[in-house]
Every structure is written in C-alpha cells, then in structure tokens.
Design a binder for this molecule. Sequence first.
Ligand SMILES: CC(C)(COP(=O)(O)OP(=O)(O)OC[C@H]1O[C@@H](n2cnc3c(N)ncnc32)[C@H](O)[C@@H]1OP(=O)(O)O)[C@@H](O)C(=O)NCCC(=O)NCCSC(=O)CCS(=O)O
Ligand code: FAD
Length: 406
Amino acid sequence: MHGLTEAEARLRDRAREVAQEAAAQAAATDRSEQYPWPMVRRMTEAGFLGLTVPKEWGGAGGSYFDAVLVIEEFAKACAVCGRIAVEANMGAIGAIMAYGTEAQKRIAAELVLAGDKPAILITEPEAGSAATEMRTRAVRRGDEWVIDGDKTWITGGGVSRLHLIFARAVEDGEEKGIGGFIVVRDGEGMPAGMTAERIPSMGLRGMPEANVAMRGLVVPDAMVLRPPGGWARGFGRLMDAYNGQRVGAATVALGLAAGAYGHALERAQTRRQFGRPIAEFQGLAWMLADMSIEIEASRALVWRAARSAGPNGFPDRLAAAQAKVMAADMAIRVTNNALQVWGAAGYSRDNPMERYVRDARMFAIAGGTAQVLRTQVAEQILGRKLPQTRDGFMRLAAEQARAAAE
Ligand SMILES: CC(C)(COP(=O)(O)OP(=O)(O)OC[C@H]1O[C@@H](n2cnc3c(N)ncnc32)[C@H](O)[C@@H]1OP(=O)(O)O)[C@@H](O)C(=O)NCCC(=O)NCCSC(=O)CCS(=O)O
Ligand SMILES: Cc1cc2nc3c(=O)[nH]c(=O)nc-3n(C[C@H](O)[C@H](O)[C@H](O)COP(=O)(O)OP(=O)(O)OC[C@H]3O[C@@H](n4cnc5c(N)ncnc54)[C@H](O)[C@@H]3O)c2cc1C
C-alpha cells in the first residue's frame, strides 16, 4: 500500500496491532452471538471510537480517510469490530457533529468517546429501498415530539445508547418532511415508548440486528436534528451524512475480502497435493491473482471516496455509491473463492473461512442494495433523476412542463 503520510501509516499500524486482539476473539464472538464488549473497551481506550469527532469535542479530529484505515484493519480480523468502528465514526455521529446544536454535539461526542456505537433508524418493514416511503411519524406537541412507528434491521438495537431516528415531522397537523430525532438510552433497558427485538442473522452474529418499535416515544424539541435547508430538504441532507457510512460499509467489505485473501494465500503455499503446493496449480494461482486485483481496485475506490470528504464535509455521493457497489460484490466473490482454496477445511466451522463468507453477504443489501446503488450511480453519471415509481416519469415530465411554462 502506498500514498499514506507518516501519520496515516502510524495510525494504520496501531490499528493493525490492536486488531490482532480482535482476531483472537472473533470466532468466540460469532459463536456466542454476544456483542464484544471487552474488545469495544480496548478500541475505545485506543481512541478508535470517535476518531472523527472534532478536537473541540474531545475527539481526535481525524478524517474519514483515517477512519477507513482503522476500519479495514479491524474488518480483516473481526468484521463486527469493523462495523463498530464504522458507526462510532460515521453515519449518525457524523450527522450530529455536522448539523447538531452545541448540546446535541456534546451529548453525542461524550457517548461515542465512552464506547457507544450509535444506531441509525431508517428502514421500515414496508420501506426498505424505498426509504422515502417511511411511515414513522413525529408529531409536535408543544416543546416535544411524539414518535410512533416501526423500524427494522436496526444494527445495535438494544445495545446502542445514541439513536438517530428518521421520521416524518408533523407540525400543526401538516407534514413538513423527513427529519432526524435523537434519543438516548440511559439505563439498562430501552427508553419508555421504545422496544427492541433481536433478529437472528446469517453473519456478523456478534452484532445485534433488531426490530425497533416506537409507541408514544417522547423526544424534546431540543433533541431534533435540524439540517440546513429546512424540513423539505431534511432527508437529502441526512443522506449526505449517510454517504460517510456507505464508505464505512464498503471498507468493512474490503477488509473482510482482504482478510480471507490473506488466509487463502498462506494456505495455497502450505497445502500440498500431487506432491506440490496447491498454489502451483494454475486454476488456483489465477484465482488468487484475481482476488488481489479486485481487492486493490476496491481499495482504490474506497480511498478515493473517503478522501472526497472535505475537512468538515461528507464523502461524495457518487464516489461513495461506486465504492460500496464494487466492494460489496467483490467481497462476496473473494471470500467465496478464498474458502474454495481451503477445500473441505474451509467449510468447517472450526475455520474462519466460512465466517468470512457469511459476514460478507450483508454488504450488497444493507446501506442501499447493490441494485439501488447502481441506479444512484446511473443518476449521477447521467445527471438526471431516474424515478423508480410507476408514475415517476409522468410526474417528472409534468414538473418540467410546468417549469418551462413559468
Ligand atoms: C434515496 C432513495 C430512498 C430513493 O428514494 P426517492 O426516489 O424517493 O428519493 P430521491 O428523490 O432520489 O431522493 C430524495 C432526496 O434525497 C437526496 N438523496 C438521496 N440519496 C442521497 C445521497 N446518497 N446523498 C445525498 N442526497 C441524497 C436526493 O437528492 C433528494 O434530495 P432533494 O429532496 O432533492 O434535496 C433510494 O435511492 C435509497 O438510497 N435507498 C436506500 C436506502 C438506504 O440506504 N438505507 C440505509 C439504511 S441504514 C443501513 O442500512 C445501515 C447498514 S450499515 O451501514 O452497514
Ligand atoms: C445486516 C443488516 C444491517 C442493517 N442495518 C440497518 C440499520 O442499522 N439501519 C437501518 O435503517 N437499516 C438497516 N438495514 C436495512 C437495509 O438498509 C435494507 O435492508 C436495505 O435498504 C434494503 O431494504 P429491504 O431489505 O427492505 O429490501 P427491498 O427494498 O425489499 O429489496 C428487495 C430486493 O429488491 C431490489 N429492489 C428494490 N427496489 C429496487 C429498485 N428500485 N431497482 C432495482 N432493484 C430494486 C433490491 O435490490 C433487493 O434485491 C440493515 C440490513 C441488514 C441486512
């Protein structure tokens, strides 16, 4: 790897060192399906949670690129730890540090720097890819808002303390747009009006995924996250921040692929059949060559996307989607081929290869599916909206005709 400053290389090396401890507990975390609290404490002490929090709020003031260097090292060893590093540096915490009030920033920074991995609540049972069709409503009642709705597949549900909830804001009986609502879980249980029920998942089993129900959840007005541009632009500005997390998810996929590839490379040179190392068989040598090419190409896109964020900005939307699509699809292929290099041994649950395969599967679904993000890439390169609803193009044409007539 090249193109790192001395400080960046030092940060990556420090992350690599701590990630050895993450590797040692990854199998146990997968088997127990328990959130890896001891490792979270270790990562917190090392300053990897809240790395991107500005110095004035107690963080290291690191860049998205710094976070990416750390996330890849953890994801190679323990993808759950990699995802913790994503959400403790990007997504909800990024949105709050950019758009929040002083009080909101202080609360969020303190939580993350003390080891919390925030949760972001966007998806609903009937609004997955079509996230703008969400039904969760926040109705204003004086100085507070009352939230009702159901979210699903919420990473960290029941473990996270800081929650950023996307909901439709209703004021004076009128719907204003989609906004962000901050809720903090203080004690052991969930806040009044909020429940979390775990969903059993295929991979990343140490990370709880949950259905979160909100019934009369009260949020003070002071905890409403108001991005610039008003309610009507709320969803878009929150998604600006979410582009950071897309780069983070791409990095976990990259790290998983790189970790599996490392194991495959070693195995190919030590396992012998027909009297010689299996690496000498061209079928496997080319498989390893393709893995290395795809990993390097993905890393280039991930780095480009992370570096596209200005000092106080978020990664570019197009670059983030391109990196995520490439890394997610690549990780499925590479982890699968790495298991193939291991033969039957790779299929055993006593071996990390099957965990890499299970863990890699989610990234073409979560954070925008591979299909939806391809449409986003197409929209950006074509410079035009590609509506996904049946009547979308008719509405667009009507809007354009109206604008031309004015
Ligand atoms: C955006 C979609 C939900 C498509 O819905 P629509 O067609 O109804 O919406 P648009 O008109 O395209 O967008 C509305 C509004 O938002 C702006 N926008 C959309 N995406 C972005 C973006 N990436 N960056 C910046 N701005 C964005 C868009 O320009 C419009 O703005 P204006 O109103 O014009 O100002 C759909 O394409 C989509 O993204 N679906 C995926 C939903 C998703 O990613 N969910 C993630 C849930 S969290 C998660 O999975 C965590 C997992 S993890 O991190 O491992
Ligand atoms: C492990 C995991 C963690 C997650 N974490 C979170 C989280 O923390 N917070 C959160 O809010 N959400 C989270 N999600 C939810 C995730 O964002 C959604 O699963 C994702 O946006 C897709 O929604 P869906 O699953 O409802 O699929 P659907 O939208 O129902 O899609 C089903 C299929 O149809 C395809 N499809 C849908 N629309 C189109 C289209 N317009 N064009 C082409 N194909 C289309 C999709 O690509 C997919 O293959 C997580 C999901 C997983 C698996």
